[in-house]
Ligand binder design. Structure first.
Ligand SMILES: [Cu+2]
Length: 223
C-alpha cells in the first residue's frame, strides 16, 4: 500500500517533466526531408559501404552557438574504423581506440589544406585523442592496413544529421531539430556523390518545420 502511494507520488512528480520535454514550442524550428539517390546506386553493406549522408546547415543569419567541448570515440575493430563516417562540431576531441589484437595506426589527411598528420601506432586497448579544431573533411587512415578508412566531418554548428541510405529504396530521411529562426544554407556530404542544387537556401521559422528533399548523384549529374 505504502509502496503504491510512493509510486503514484513519483509519477505525479515526473509527469510535468515529460510534458516539457515533448513540448516543441521552444521558439526553434525543424528542417527535414527525404534523400534520394539519382541515376546511380550506393553500396549499403560491407566495410566499404557508402550508405552515410551528412546533412548540415551553415548559418547566414549570424546566430552564435556555445562552444562544443566533448569527446567522442572512433574504434578500430576487425580491421574496420567504427563509425565509418563521424560528424562532429569544431573543438571536439576524438578518442581513437584499438580493439584488435594487432597494432593499428591512425593517419589523418585534411582535405581543406592537403596536410597530413600521423598520430602514431598502438596496440590493443590503447587510445590516442585528437582535437579537431578546424572545420572540413578529414580522412582517417591506418598505415598498417591500407583498406582501412574513415571520415571525420568537422562542422561549425550543431545543426547536422547523419542519415542512412536504405538498400532497397536507395533513399533516406533526415531531420535537424532545435534550429533558431533565421536563414541558412543546406549542404550534404557523401563519400562519392554530390547534392543536386547545392547549397540550398533554407529559411527556418519559429515552431515550424521546413521540408526540403535532397537528391544526391554523381558529380556529372549534380550541376
Ligand atoms: Cu590498422
Amino acid at each position: 500500500m505504502r509502496q503504491t502511494v510512493i509510486i503514484i507520488i513519483i509519477i505525479f512528480l515526473v509527469i510535468p517533466d515529460f510534458a516539457d520535454a515533448s513540448d516543441s514550442s521552444n521558439g526553434c524550428g525543424i528542417v527535414s526531408g527525404k534523400i534520394h539517390v539519382w541515376r546511380t546506386r550506393v553500396r549499403t553493406e560491407g566495410s566499404r559501404n557508402d550508405k552515410d549522408v551528412i546533412v548540415y546547415l551553415r548559418d547566414i543569419s549570424g546566430n552564435s552557438y556555445s562552444a562544443a567541448a566533448q569527446t567522442v570515440h572512433m574504434d578500430q575493430k576487425n580491421l574496420i574504423f567504427i563509425p565509418h563516417v563521424l560528424p562532429v562540431r569544431e573543438n571536439t576531441s576524438v578518442r581513437f581506440l584499438n580493439s584488435d589484437s594487432v597494432d593499428h595506426n591512425v593517419y589523418l589527411l585534411f582535405e581543406t589544406n592537403g596536410e597530413s598528420l600521423d598520430l602514431g601506432t598502438w596496440g590493443q586497448g590503447k587510445t590516442t585523442e585528437y582535437l579537431f579544431n578546424e572545420k572540413g573533411v578529414v580522412i582517417v587512415l591506418c598505415k598498417l592496413h591500407l583498406e582501412m578508412a574513415a571520415y571525420v566531418i568537422v562542422l561549425d554548428n550543431p545543426f547536422f544529421f547523419k542519415a542512412t541510405i536504405d538498400k532497397e529504396t536507395q533513399s533516406g530521411a533526415y531531420s535537424i531539430k532545435d534550429i533558431p529562426p533565421g536563414k541558412y544554407t543546406l549542404h550534404s556530404w557523401h563519400k562519392k556523390l554530390k547534392m543536386k542544387g547545392s547549397p540550398a537556401q533554407i529559411t527556418v521559422e519559429e515552431n515550424q518545420t521546413t521540408h526540403f528533399n535532397i537528391t544526391i548523384t554523381k558529380s556529372k549529374y549534380a550541376k
